[in-house]
Design a protein around this ligand. Structure first.
Ligand code: ADP
Ligand code: MG
Length: 254
């Protein structure tokens, strides 16, 4: 069975795309697994990080979700990473909620379109947009394992508890019993007393799910700016070690 893993947080800039891309590339490159990365954000950053040019046009996840009879193969692109494929996203995704508003099954469009991929992929990884709404509900219903990257800032604690509650609500409301939060990753971590208190609080609330904090590391930012995964750009960096620890935890979290 294909594992379906989504990176979710309604805040932007917390490391969703960085984790989604590098964890997907980890499974593809280091584990020789076949991986499909599905971007749902209007910014198209997953494509950028994988050296795929979405500005030049071509089909995106919007066409998959809104086109009658459009199937995943028609919108999937090869990436610079072997074994890793991408369904890119771009600005038109902003129109998806309006476009789908009258469809009674609008929350399940992504899940339905990606239902038949067990033969083709070992992992489907979702990079969610920084908001809660129809797109994120679609991601929650298409995924089973949820990873929440949480910036180690004071207000992030509240946000994290709300997101866990939302995942539980969607799971109940739609009868999606397999959906669960498997990992909470403290991100953008700098060793300060406040950051350590926040990590400690997260561990108290979610004793099983919280992973080691992801420190800030300049190689991670640089890799993204060069359109490369950390495994290509700086495989021996501290950033690569940190991302590998997260990827291995997710791998074991089944
Ligand atoms: N551990 C890290 N160290 C340094 N920079 C990071 C780290 N994680 C993410 N970044 C940088 O922070 C920015 C926001 O991260 P991103 O993954 O795009 O967040 P999101 O998808 O949640 O908006 C990016 O420029 C990324 O390169
Ligand atoms: Mg992002």
């Amino acid at each position: 069975m294909t594992r379906r893993i989504a990176f979710i947080n309604e805040k932007g800039g917390v490391g969703k795309t960085t984790l989604a891309v590098n964890v997907a590339a980890f499974f593809a490159q280091k584990r020789n697994q076949r991986v499909l990365l599905v971007d749902l954000d209007t910014q198209g950053h997953a494509a950028k990080t994988l050296g795929v040019d979405v500005r030049a046009g071509g089909p995106t996840v919007f066409d998959l979700l809104t086109g009658d009879g459009v199937d995943p193969a028609q919108v999937t692109r090869a990436t610079a990473v072997e074994n890793l494929w991408l369904i890119p996203s771009w600005k038109e995704m902003a129109e998806f909620p309006t476009k789908a508003a009258l469809d009674p099954d609008r929350a399940k469009l992504l899940a339905r379109k990606l239902a038949g991929l067990d033969e083709r992929y070992d992992y489907v990884v979702f990079d969610a947009p920084p908001s809660f709404g129809l797109v994120t509900t679609n991601v929650l219903l298409a995924a089973e394992e949820i990873v929440i990257p949480v910036a180690t800032t004071y207000l992030a604690l509240d946000g994290c508890a709300e997101m866990v509650a939302t995942v539980e609500r969607v799971s109940k409301e739609y009868g999606h019993a397999k959906l669960r939060v498997t990992q909470i990753v403290p991100t953008m971590y700098r060793k300060t007393q406040l950051a350590d208190e926040i990590v400690e609080k997260l561990r108290q609330y979610f004793p099983k799910q919280v992973s080691e904090p992801m420190s800030l590391n300049v190689s991670i930012d640089e890799a993204q700016s060069h359109g490369k995964t950390i495994w290509e750009y700086a495989p021996w960096s501290r950033g690569a070690t940190l991302l590998q620890q997260v990827a291995e935890r997710i791998e074991r979290a089944r």
